[in-house]
Ligand binder design. Structure first.
Ligand code: DGT
Ligand code: CA
Ligand code: CA
Ligand code: ZN
Length: 588
């Protein structure tokens, strides 16, 4: 059992105990243990099973918890959790995710109205019964209804990182089975959507049927949703992510890959084109209507070619103009991970990062970057120990010196400077001008009126030293929506000012969203793709940013950190001297 799974069992039990109004001490000790275990560097289950080791040696794990952990490792649950689940339905855990409702309110709703699910909760609010309960009111009713709406939009979806990691593990297991030939991911995962509903995996070969049996008896399978000759579906892991696996004949693999990659909208449009040409397209192949003769199927490129299209990269398959572009051979040459030569947003122990400048530089060099920018926070983020003017000036000097004495790659001095409420910068222009590069980011006052938020950005864009707008919409995937502002006005001004938009590759952000990347490109904006790493391992997230860029139709030439170090430095200098970069004329 993985640490994350153990931690989740403890945390969920603590939540249910809180609903039950139990003793706070126990609840805190479970929560504390969950936090310790989830970030513990070794597998806690291995320690529990090893007679030579004592799990109580881990700080925060006492005798009582040691017994609980032994029970979890032996049978996947523990007594306290079973008691709680006998008392409350597992769906009560879902209620805790509705913002505005605490455990006490949930207990009240359960007692008075038998509210067990989010649907129950919605009904009680609509019937205006919530307001009758002690310490609740009409305002809360409205708030809960809004929270339910937000919850439904994200419920049952997973971050792209989690989905791709889970799929990769499972696919490696399938590939290791005898007589399995091809194993490919399809669906939204293949299209690189920032969140994924379920995993769609396709398998061919004589062993494909065995892959289905393997899936339904997988140790992590929580529930089998269905098993047939050609398809099996399970809910996997404690996250209960749905996995659909299909066993296919080699001759229809290309057609199936095309069909199950979607999107649905892209497929509908493609099938209409097929019909116009006297053909039918389904997951088994492309056939003539007249004689039902197969004209394509084993290869995806051929399916597209037979319909008169160039092969379309999965990231573009959203029925947003890609078919028209593929017909006239005007698809973009999308940027690829290997085009990236540097990473321009990362933090160190100088603010809220976990590693030193040198450690980050070494990790980035190991990824074959040619350069990085160190961009710690500015002083407005006091909690993160942000830099003030004096520290910025000293830092710029330090970086100049370090570059002279043997860093593994070129380091640019930078800052992630807060854009304050009124659009002014957190640091003086004199200090900012000492640095090679300045990212302006909004980290506060998210709830401004749209007009005020737009003005805030427009004012920030006037900052002479500003190089990049960081994670411009502020969205946190599955948690927080973008704040409201007039993106188009900001993009137009950014293009005029030569300020680049960041595509923040952090899997929780992927900000800019791809549709805005595309909109900004049409306005002539430039981009950078950066990881916003707070520790060396985060530098590996670059590929998710590249995927987002691809979904926004970007080519390498749209992205500044594809430049060689000398050219990148020249571009920074040009920007500094007030010179405007001249942009290509974009095709709308
Ligand atoms: P997700 O899982 O919600 O993140 O999104 P998808 O795109 O992976 O959707 P999913 O798993 O329901 O289906 C995978 C693909 O299979 C989908 O993109 C297109 C195809 N597909 C599934 N059901 C239908 C359907 O009823 N009509 C059409 N045209 N295509 C479908
Ligand atoms: Ca899917
Ligand atoms: Ca599916
Ligand atoms: Zn930030």
């Amino acid at each position: 059992m993985e640490n994350k799974e153990i931690a989740q069992l403890l945390a969920e039990t603590a939540d249910l105990m809180e609903v039950a109004g139990e003793d706070g001490f126990r609840i805190r000790s479970y929560r504390n243990a969950a936090a310790v275990i989830v970030s513990y560097p070794e597998r806690v289950a291995d320690i529990v099973c090893n007679p030579e080791r004592k799990v109580t040696d881990i700080a925060g794990i006492g005798k009582g918890l040691a017994a609980v952990l032994a029970e979890i490792c032996a049978r996947g649950s523990f007594e306290r959790r079973d008691e709680m689940l006998a008392r409350y339905p597992a769906s009560a855990l879902e209620l805790l995710k509705i913002q505005g409702l605490g455990p006490k309110s949930i207990a009240l709703l359960y007692e008075h109205h038998n509210v067990r699910t989010v649907d129950d909760l919605e009904r009680i609010c609509r019937e205006q019964k919530l307001r009758e309960l002690p310490r609740m009111g009409a305002k809360l009713e409205e708030k809960v209804l809004r929270s339910i709406e937000a919850y439904r939009k994200t419920a049952g979806r997973f971050l792209l990182t989690f989905a791709s990691r889970t799929a990769a593990e499972l696919m490696a297991e399938f590939r290791a089975l005898p007589e399995v030939e091809r194993v490919e991911a399809a669906g939204s995962l293949r299209r690189g959507r920032e969140t994924v509903g379920d995993l769609d995996i396709l398998v061919t070969g004589a062993g494909a049927g065995a892959a289905l049996s393997y899936l339904v008896s997988h140790p992590k399978s929580q529930q089998v949703l269905g098993q047939g000759v050609n398809k099996a579906s399970v809910l996997l892991g404690l996250e209960r992510i749905q996995v659909d696996v299909r066993a296919l004949a080699q001759e229809s693999f290309g057609a199936a890959l095309q069909y199950f990659t979607g999107s649905k909208e892209h497929n509908v449009a493609l099938r209409m084109q097929a019909v116009k040409q006297g053909l039918t397209l389904n997951e088994y192949g492309l056939f003539t209507v007249e004689s039902n003769e197969r004209v394509a199927g084993d290869d995806e490129t051929e399916v597209y070619a037979r319909l008169g299209y160039k092969w379309i990269p999965p990231e573009l398959r959203e029925n947003c103009g890609e078919l028209e572009a593929a017909e006239t051979d005007e698809l973009p040459r999308l940027i690829e991970p290997r085009d990236i030569r540097g990473d321009l947003h990362m933090h160190t122990t100088a603010s809220d990062g976990r590693a030193s400048l040198r450690e980050m530089a070494e990790a980035a060099a190991a990824l074959e970057h040619e350069y990085i920018a160190i961009t710690d926070h500015s002083k407005a983020l006091a909690m993160a120990n942000g830099l003030d003017e004096a520290r910025v000036v000293a830092f710029a000097r330090e970086v100049r010196e370090l570059n002279r004495d043997g860093l593994p790659l070129r380091v640019f001095s930078g800052i992630e400077c807060d854009v304050l409420r009124d659009g002014s910068m957190d640091l003086s222009e004199d200090a900012l001008a000492e640095l090679d590069l300045v990212i302006g980011s909004v980290h506060s006052h998210f709830a401004l009126e749209p007009e005020a938020m737009t003005e805030r950005f427009l004012r920030a864009l006037e900052t002479p030293s500003l190089t990049i707008l960081g994670h411009a919409t502020g969205r946190m995937l599955l948690q927080r929506e973008s704040y409201a502002f007039d993106f188009d006005r900001v993009a137009r001004r950014a293009a005029e000012r030569g300020v680049a938009f960041e595509i923040n590759a952090s899997p929780e952000r992927l900000d800019l969203p791809s549709h805005l990347v595309r909109a900004a490109r049409r306005r002539g904006c430039r981009f950078v793709i950066s990881t916003d790493a707070h520790r060396p391992s985060h530098l590996n997230n670059m590929r998710f940013g590249v995927t987002t860029a691809r979904r926004g139709w970007l080519e390498a030439s749209d992205v500044m950190n594809t430049l060689r170090v000398a050219d990148f430095e020249a571009a920074l200098k040009e920007r500094r001297s007030g010179g405007r970069v001249v942009y290509d004329q974009r095709v709308p």
